[in-house]
Design a protein around this ligand. Structure first.
Ligand code: SF4
Ligand code: SF4
Length: 469
C-alpha cells in the first residue's frame, strides 16, 4: 500500500482503506496510551515502569505502521490477521469470567483473644503476675517472645533503621494517640435527637470523608468482631462486653511515598500519623453521636475492642487478602482503619465479598516473596479454626519490626493493589474484578513494569534531616 496511492483513495478498495485506517488508528492508540502511562509513572516516581512504558510506546505501534506503509505480498491479509488478533485478545480480556458470585468471605468461628496479639505480649513486663500467668497458659509462645524481646525494639535508637528525627516524629504521633486513648468513651447527652437511619448513615459517610476518611461503611456489630478478652493496659484480662448494635468503619490513606520507602523510618512515621488521623475521625464521630443522645465508643490505636479489618470488611470496605490486611478497592492495603460502635439506629451496608481479591492473592504471592522475615504464607488458603484463610506468622513479623525499629511494611509497599488511586491503575483494578484471565495478565504486567520484588523507594529527601553533631 503506497502512501501516494493512498492519497488517491480511488485506487484502493473499501477493504484496503478500512485496514489501512484501522492499522493507523491502533498504532496511534498504542502510542498515546503507553506514552500517557509513562508520564503517569514519572509523576508517581516509578522510574522503572516509566522507562518501560516509553519504550513500549515506540515499539508496539511499529508492526501496525509497517503493515500500513510497507508494500509486500499478502499485506492486506497479514494486516487483517494482526488486527483480528489484537482486538479479539482485548475482547477476551474484557469478557466477565471467574467472578464466583456465590463467594462469601469466611466468618471466624471463635473470637480472638487480644492477649495473643503481639502488642499485648509486648506490654508484658518480665516476672510480673500478668507475664507469669500468660506463659503458664501459653508456654508454646514463650520462645518466640523471648526472641523479639532480645531485639532492640520499636523506635529504639539501637534498631537497624534508626533515624533520630523521623523516629522522634513517629514517637510524637504515637504519644498523641496515647493521650487520646482514654477519650474513646464520654458523656451521653440526656436529650435524644432521633434521626432517619438512612439519612444519618449517609450524613456520617459524607461527613467522615470531609474529615479526611477515604471511605466509611456501616455493619451490624457481630460477636466475632469483638475480642473475647482485652489485652492492653487496663483492659487486660477483662472480658470484652460491648452491646452496641452497629459498627462504623473508616479508612484513611497511607502516603505512597512514605510507604514506598519501607522498611525505612518513613513507614513508621506514616503508620503513626495515619493511626492518629483515623483515630481522630473516630473520636469526633463518637462524640457527635453521643451529642445526639446515643452511646458511642471509638476504637483507636492501642484501645480497640474490635478487630478492625473484620469490621471494615463486613462494612463493605474491602476484602482480606494474603497478608491478613484489609484490601480496599482503590488503595489496597495502603490504609489504616478506625471504628466507632454505637446503639444509634443506622442503615448497615451490604458486605461486598470480593472473590477477585482472593483469586488474585492466590496467584500473586508478591508480598510473601518480598517479606524479609518469610512471615507470609506462599501456600493456598488453609483451614484455620474451621475457616479457609491465610494467616501470617505474627511472631516472625513482629520480631523483624523489633530489629528494624519500624513496622516494616514491605508487604504493603509491593502489593499491586497499593498503586495510587488514579485512572491508569483503576482500569487495571476494574479489569481484575471482572475477569480471572485479566488478573493473570495484570499480574505478569505488574511484575514486568514494577518488578517481581520491587526495590524500596528512596527515603524521602525532605525527611532526611540529621542532628548536628
Ligand atoms: S501482594 Fe499480592 S498476594 Fe500479597 S496481598 Fe497483595 S495482591 Fe495479595
Ligand atoms: S510487615 Fe514486613 S515482616 Fe511483617 S508481614 Fe509485612 S513484609 Fe513481612
Amino acid at each position: 500500500m503506497k502512501i501516494d496511492s493512498l492519497l488517491l483513495f480511488a485506487n484502493l478498495s473499501d477493504m484496503q482503506l478500512a485496514v489501512f485506517f484501522l492499522l493507523i488508528f491502533t498504532a496511534l492508540i498504542l502510542f498515546v496510551s503507553f506514552l500517557w502511562a509513562g508520564v503517569v509513572s514519572v509523576v508517581e516516581k516509578e522510574f522503572r515502569a516509566s522507562k518501560r512504558f516509553f519504550l513500549l510506546s515506540v515499539i508496539l505501534p511499529l508492526p501496525y505502521l509497517f503493515l500500513a506503509f510497507l508494500e509486500f505480498d499478502f499485506q492486506i491479509p497479514v494486516g487483517i490477521i494482526l488486527l483480528v488478533v489484537t482486538y479479539v485478545s482485548l475482547l477476551v480480556l474484557l469478557i466477565p469470567a471467574g467472578k464466583n458470585k456465590s463467594f462469601k468471605s469466611p466468618t471466624p468461628l471463635d473470637r480472638i483473644d487480644e492477649r495473643d496479639t503481639m502488642f499485648s505480649r509486648r506490654e508484658l513486663v518480665p516476672a510480673s503476675d500478668a507475664f507469669q500467668d500468660y506463659y503458664k497458659r501459653k508456654p508454646e509462645k514463650k520462645k518466640a517472645d523471648e526472641n523479639f524481646r532480645s531485639k532492640a525494639g520499636l523506635l529504639n535508637p539501637a534498631s537497624s533503621q534508626y533515624k533520630p528525627i523521623p523516629f522522634a516524629s513517629a514517637d510524637a504521633s504515637f504519644e498523641t494517640i496515647a493521650a487520646l486513648q482514654d477519650e474513646v468513651n464520654g458523656r451521653v447527652n440526656n436529650k435524644v435527637t432521633n434521626t432517619n437511619p438512612d439519612e444519618i448513615s449517609n450524613y456520617l459517610k459524607k461527613w467522615s470523608k470531609k474529615l479526611g476518611a477515604v471511605d466509611c461503611g456501616i455493619t451490624a456489630l457481630k460477636e466475632y468482631h469483638l475480642y473475647s478478652v482485652g489485652g492492653r493496659k487496663d483492659r487486660r484480662d477483662k472480658p470484652v462486653v460491648n452491646t452496641h448494635k452497629y459498627a462504623i468503619a473508616f479508612t484513611v490513606e497511607m502516603d505512597k511515598e512514605m510507604v514506598g520507602a519501607a522498611p525505612s523510618a518513613s513507614i513508621v512515621m506514616e503508620s503513626g500519623q495515619q493511626y492518629l488521623e483515623s483515630g481522630i475521625i473516630a473520636l469526633q464521630v463518637a462524640s457527635f453521636i453521643r451529642n445526639l443522645g446515643f452511646e458511642a465508643r471509638a476504637h483507636i490505636d492501642g484501645n480497640y475492642e474490635v478487630v478492625c479489618p473484620l469490621v471494615a470488611r463486613d462494612a463493605g470496605l474491602g476484602e482480606i487478602g494474603r497478608m491478613g490486611l484489609l484490601m480496599t478497592p482503590k488503595l489496597g492495603p495502603r490504609v489504616r482503619i478506625s471504628v466507632v460502635t454505637t446503639n444509634m439506629p443506622l442503615q448497615a451496608d451490604k458486605p461486598k465479598y470480593d472473590f477477585s481479591v482472593i483469586d488474585f492473592c492466590t496467584i500473586c504471592k508478591k508480598c510473601a516473596e518480598a517479606c524479609p522475615s518469610q512471615a507470609i504464607s506462599v501456600n493456598d488458603r488453609e483451614d484455620i479454626n474451621g475457616v479457609k484463610r491465610w494467616q501470617i506468622n505474627q511472631e516472625k513479623c513482629f520480631t523483624l519490626w523489633c530489629t528494624l525499629g519500624t513496622d516494616c511494611g514491605r508487604c504493603i509497599a509491593v502489593c499491586p493493589y497499593s498503586h495510587p488511586d488514579n485512572f491508569l491503575h483503576n482500569i487495571v483494578r476494574e479489569g481484575n474484578k471482572n475477569s480471572s484471565l485479566f488478573r493473570k495478565v495484570a499480574l505478569h504486567l505488574d511484575d514486568y513494569f514494577y518488578g517481581r520484588k520491587p526495590l524500596s523507594a528512596k527515603f524521602p529527601e525532605w525527611a532526611n534531616v540529621k542532628p548536628l553533631s
